[in-house]
Design a protein. Structure first.
Length: 587
């Protein structure tokens, strides 16, 4: 508009004197006789046109003033500002891919790290933002058109998709050759009077890398989440992993869907067991669980955990209390996994191993966990209380075991029950320091201690008896800088003796006199380490450097004359990790 007015004014200013000249040229006599009054009138008209041009220029200058101001302080829509702030829009980049919430959020830290590494970034030329489209009343952010920079998630239909995972490389050294790959087999540390007890090991491993995705959406007020996650700790059939090719194999870790409407929530699929300690509520998301900050992929001795299929229902009566009940995959476990020792079966019932009872030694010999019968799922009930600085939880589990006689008399069945009690807390003693404790008392629930203890033994008549197993895991986590986390933990496991007499008079079961020195009475671990965030952004991902020291010991129930009373090893981990970018909007 301004340009048009100015053009018209200029044209008028030129045409008026030209019209007078043309009139004089057409009539020279009239030109000569033109009175002085007309010349004065012409001058006055020119002056008026100049005044109008000046006024138009003044109006143009006024319109330019807001444009200059916006270049100095551009106006950004509220939603765009939120999406630029990792703390407000995407607070949980560290909650993906079963990594602990270790990546500090907040745009200030991101800017500091980026400026320190690359220097200040030049401010972009401000562009007028597109008009924001209204969000529906249901407030599904996955249906809203972003009115700012591209969000840290992908829209797929009316859902949000975030790729999750990280890529890393871990170097680890042990002063004993445990032969357990990157993860510690807590129950099988070599003794000093063995060859492996006098050898050390150093390896690189990429097996802890994760990849997966998470879907979020809102359908008629129901918020749903689909979560999938793989790592590369699958069993490889290759015999030349270290010779020519590290042919690691993907392995399914998590695969579940969760739906919540109002106070009720339902989850189904393979998830972390509800017996895993929580940091917040009873959520199954990795960032809301407590499985420590350690690099060891088998975490800590004393941690109650497993990942298995099941279903759970949660009730949220208010923001403080969460009640949960789950039915999860059962297993009639008699030891032999993760370095734990299997029980000794009665001579005439040795065929129960692998057919009716799960001994890890049978895996790969035509048996798997689906080969063994189960009476019922494992039932877990749990309640969590969340206050501003305190999380407290208590839970219980029941398992049911059953075998049947394969000889005369037929149809003779044997049953027993397992039960356990879990209680723990997570307390912020200061803004940056947390104390954590998780404790477990059980009979017949040893497999939830990462398989270090068997669930049951079998008596010579075929009847079953639960094995007692307790654990504790205690620690401290401190954020000494916005980008540096320190931690220290103690974990302990106690496995009870359960002995019976075979038909031939020999002692059998677990922990009897003369039993193998792999039947552990106690396992203890001390670990401490750091997690340094080098750079982090919900839009570009994060780079972390991590280190861990681990001291692990075990003591058997029976020590033969002249044999070591126990053993221990030392492990050092160092890890470099790049975490994929992404974050869900607030629902």
């Amino acid at each position: 508009m301004i340009h048009k007015l100015r053009s018209l004014a200029c044209a008028a200013g030129l045409l008026l004197p030209l019209s007078v000249i043309w009139a004089a040229d057409d009539n020279p006599a009239a030109s000569a006789a033109a009175p002085a009054s007309e010349i004065e009138q012409l001058k006055q008209m020119l002056a008026d046109q100049q005044r109008q041009i000046n006024e138009l220029r003044s109006e143009l200058a006024k319109e330019k003033t807001p444009v200059v101001a916006s270049a100095a302080t551009p106006t950004v829509p509220a939603s765009a500002a939120a999406s630029n702030d990792g703390a407000s829009a995407h607070p949980s980049i560290g909650e993906v891919a079963s990594t602990r919430p270790i990546i500090p959020s907040g745009s200030a830290l991101t800017t500091r790290i980026a400026n320190a590494a690359f220097g200040p970034v030049a401010a972009p030329i401000p562009q007028a933002p597109p008009p924001a489209k209204p969000t529906p009343a249901a407030a599904n952010p996955c249906e809203a058109v972003p009115d700012g920079p591209a969000p840290a998630f992908i829209r797929l239909g009316s859902t949000c998709l975030v790729p999750i995972g990280f890529m890393d490389l871990t170097a680890f050294w042990r002063d004993k050759n445990a032969g357990s790959s990157m993860g510690s087999n807590f129950g099988s540390v070599p003794y000093n009077n063995t060859a492996n007890g006098n050898l050390s090991e150093f390896h690189f491993s990429e097996q802890n890398a994760r990849i997966g995705f998470r879907f979020d959406g809102d359908w008629k007020g129901t918020h749903f989440i689909g979560y999938n996650e793989f790592d590369f700790n699958g069993t490889s059939g290759s015999t030349a992993l270290a010779v020519s090719n590290g042919a690691i194999v993907p392995r399914l870790r998590l695969y579940w869907v969760d739906a919540r409407k109002g106070k009720v929530e339902f989850l189904a699929g393979q998830s972390w067991s509800m017996l895993v300690p929580n940091r917040n509520g009873l959520s199954a998301l990795p960032g809301d669980l407590f499985f420590t900050q350690v690099i060891d992929i088998n975490y800590m001795a004393g941690l109650t955990w497993t990942r298995q299929p099941g279903m759970r229902i949660l009730y949220h009566p208010n923001k403080t209390v969460t009640l949960g009940f789950s039915a999860e995959q059962a297993d009639q476990y008699i030891g032999g996994s993760a370095g734990g020792s299997p029980i000794t079966l009665p001579t005439n019932l040795s065929t129960l191993s692998g057919t009716q009872l799960d001994a890890a030694a049978n895996i790969g010999a035509g048996f798997n966990y689906l080969s063994q019968p189960t009476v019922t799922p494992d039932f877990i009930a749990k309640v969590a209380f969340d206050f501003p600085r305190v999380h407290f939880e208590v839970g219980g589990i029941e398992s049911n075991f059953k075998t049947t006689n394969v000889a005369l008399p037929f149809n003779k069945h044997y049953t027993t029950k397992g039960a356990g009690l879990l209680f723990g807390f997570n307390v912020a003693v200061t803004k940056n320091v947390r104390l954590i404790s998780s404790n477990f008392l059980s009979d017949g629930e040893g497999r939830y201690l990462f398989g270090q203890a068997p669930d049951i033994i079998v008596r010579s008549d075929g009847s079953l008896s639960a094995v007692h197993a307790d654990s504790t895991l205690d620690g401290i986590e401190a954020r000494v800088k916005p980008s540096l986390l320190l931690y220290a933990y103690y974990g302990g496991i106690y496995i009870g003796r359960n002995v019976t007499i075979d038909t031939n008079g020999n002692k059998i079961g677990y922990g009897y006199a003369g039993s193998p020195n792999s039947m552990n009475r106690a396992i203890n671990e001390v670990s401490f380490g750091f997690n340094q965030t080098i750079w982090a952004s919900p839009r570009y991902g994060a780079v972390n450097a991590m280190g861990q020291y681990e001291w692990l010991s075990r003591n058997p129930w029976y020590v033969a004359t002249g044999s070591p009373k126990g053993t221990h090893d030392n492990t050092i981990y160092f890890n470099l990790r790049y975490t994929l970018p992404g974050g869900m909007p607030n629902f």
